[in-house]
Design a protein around this ligand. Sequence first.
Ligand SMILES: [Zn+2]
Length: 320
Amino acid sequence: MAAKPFASSADLGVKEQTLEVLADGVYALTAEGDPNLGAIEGEDFLVCFEALATPVAARRWLAKLREHTDKPVRYLVLSHYHAVRVLGASAFDAEIIVSSEQTKGLIAERGQQDWESEFGRMPRLFEEPESIPGLTWPTMTFRDKLTIELGGDRGELVLEFLGRGHTEGDIVAWIPKHEILFAGDLVESQAALYTGDAFHFDWASDTLDRVKALGAQQLIGGRGAIARGRDEVDAAIEQTRDFLLTMQRTVGDVHRAGGTLKQAFEATHTALAPKYGKWPIFEHCLPFDVQRIWDEMDGIERPVIWTAERDRQVWDELQG
Ligand SMILES: [Zn+2]
């Protein structure tokens, strides 16, 4: 059997981008499994959620958004530090770039390595990579919760850290008035999970419980379709949890029995593929996912930093 191409390096098909209006002044962009984006109108300003991998990629989203509103971007909110979500930030001309304190720390600690790693894994998302001016630095941070008053009768936008999950510092954006939740990569709806920087045990328990307790009627995950209505929202949350719990079980069995990482990978692949194998980035993510949960089971508290070299090593060992 031929070796699988590294990560998403052979995925070159352009995805269709769709802007949807979820409520008055609330917008989402989905892209057939590529990273999703959002925007929320205040009375005289905009809040944008996520920034894509390069300014050139972000400008295509902004052009679509500008068909609906010409308000200036006051806040650009970063749900977490991953390069394909933050390096397009300069295109927004935002007054303020917001993240959790934890995310800012992660950018300082590992933002450069993450940039190089993600560029190698998903080159298609890095449209005109030379347009990236450098790492993106948040200018306003918070630990647990930050509320933005939208003005007029628009209510508020609540940014909240709900516990460790997809990374150490993910935040969600919640609009109580419309019961709309931008969940970032904490929830994927019909897309595979990337858990290479995750805290699997926190995420599958308290963090997802807190996401669910918000009671969203519409949920925009990190990738995949928008979930509409409580049934679809809960299905997306429980799909995310099922993926994590399946990994805990399959990797845990092999780890406890003194098996190898490769055996854990194969058992997990077998368990997940029937349900998730056809979803975007499944084959790409799984080696990195299994390596990270294996590390957690070895007692490694914080994710080991991914570098272009470590990516290749793990890939060759598990998918090669
Ligand atoms: Zn991510």
